[in-house]
Design a protein around this ligand. Structure first.
Ligand code: NAD
Length: 370
């Protein structure tokens, strides 16, 4: 049985509540002989600030670097609204992304048939939807220099951000997208704004060349980012893997998120480069939602985004595709049986707590694993 090092950073608010459900599932996979997870736990965000005066300690950063995968809950809350900018809760997540060099953000948008009515779009548009948005996470206009506000001296100021991409950055995110497509429906849609941006011209050129050179067996299409935004809400099932830059990816992945209904259902992964010596890659898995201070401590959080993030870890970090599939099917079965947390209650007459939902998924997994 393989042993995997899992570093847990539950964080603040509902983070620890949803992480607790993943811990039970990971422990069960150990008992069932699927894989043994060596789990260590650290502090991040407000809880790290309270303990160490910073959003993540050096010791916990070292553990994150040594782990096979990091599982992250959520950070932040009103308690830490006034803390200095450098040590605000989000700084912990940004430090992890930067130091682990996590350049690829994977956001699946999967619509479970049982809760298709929770989407703001019609059931037939979203039912059975399964797309993956791959967003470049460490480059582009969020990081490009110069980045400043300058005083023009005539009562005017000028705000400047710089969109910049090098060939290697486009190639490495392109490879992530093409490799994913090969395990899915074999189609990549690359999105840019080459009609108005030079970085878009290069993005298009590099993606096309990479496709021709390394992935001719995958279907590649290009769509301008604005057109893709329209297509996402018109007929999202036309897509398989969408790859785009940091800025467009930020917006388009949020649009795609809403197709599926609730924030409590959305997992994500952030991946780094593969180490050529070990074949492994740094990775952090986290739900898209925040720390939800309005419901923290009440047992009302939906744990499925966190559990779905763990399913992604099983698939992308641990090569346990069958276990990932069983876990995802377990979640679908539980939803199909009518179980609902408050955020996805729809017409349901009763709702279950965080731990009841986690327990139901565990039971479904237990049945599938027997
Ligand atoms: P949020 O995602 O925490 O909550 C938005 C709404 O969705 C709330 O009504 C909340 O109750 C609900 N919600 C979120 N997750 C849910 C779940 N699993 N189950 C049921 N309902 C859920 O966003 P926010 O309210 O804008 O931010 C709250 C705090 O979280 C802020 O401090 C913010 O900075 C932080 N935040 C952190 C992250 C992160 O850690 N990655 C992401 C976003 C926001």
């Amino acid at each position: 049985m393989p042993t995997k090092k899992l570093f847990l950073l539950p964080g603040d608010g509902i983070g620890p509540e949803v992480m607790a459900e993943v811990e039970k599932i990971a422990a069960f996979l150990g008992e069932a002989g699927v894989a043994h997870f060596e789990m260590e736990k650290g502090l991040v965000g407000g809880s790290a600030y309270d303990a160490h005066g910073k959003a993540i300690s050096e010791g916990d950063m070292a553990l994150a670097k040594a782990a096979d995968a990091v599982l992250f809950g959520a950070v932040g809350g009103p308690k830490w609204d006034g803390v200095p900018y450098d040590v605000r809760p989000e700084a912990g997540l940004l430090r992890l992304r930067k130091d682990l060099e996590l350049f690829a953000n994977l956001r699946p948008a999967v619509c479970f048939p049982a809760i298709a009515d929770a989407s703001s779009l019609k059931r037939e548009i979203v039912e059975g939807l399964d797309i993956m948005i791959v967003r470049e996470l460490t480059g582009g206009v969020y990081f490009g220099e110069p980045k400043e506000i300058i005083d023009l001296g005539n009562g005017q100021k000028r705000g400047i951000d710089t969109q910049v991409y090098d060939t290697y950055e486009i190639e490495r995110i392109g490879r992530v997208a093409f490799d994913l497509a090969k395990q899915r429906s074999n189609k990549v849609t690359s999105s840019d704004k080459r009609n108005v941006m030079k970085s878009g011209v290069l993005w298009h050129e590099v993606m096309s060349a990479l496709h021709k050179r390394e992935y001719p067996e995958v279907t590649l299409e290009h769509q301008l980012a604005d057109a893709l935004g329209m297509q996402l809400v018109r007929w999202p099932k036309q897509f398989d893997v969408i790859v785009t830059d940091n800025l467009f990816g930020d917006m388009l992945s949020d649009v795609a998120a809403m197709l599926t209904g609730s924030l409590g259902m959305l997992p994500s992964a952030s991946l780094g480069d593969t180490d050529p010596k070990t074949g492994t890659r740094r990775a952090l898995y986290e739900p898209v939602h925040g720390s939800a201070p309005d419901i923290a401590g009440k047992g009302r959080a939906n744990p499925l985004a966190m559990i779905g993030s763990f399913a992604m870890a099983l698939r992308y970090s641990f090569g346990l595709a069958a276990a990932a599939e069983q876990l995802s099917r377990g979640m679908a079965d539980v939803l199909a049986s009518g179980l609902r947390t408050a955020d996805i209650r729809g017409d349901a007459t009763s709702v279950v707590s965080t731990s009841e939902m986690g327990e139901a998924v565990l039971q479904a997994l237990r049945k599938a694993t027997v």
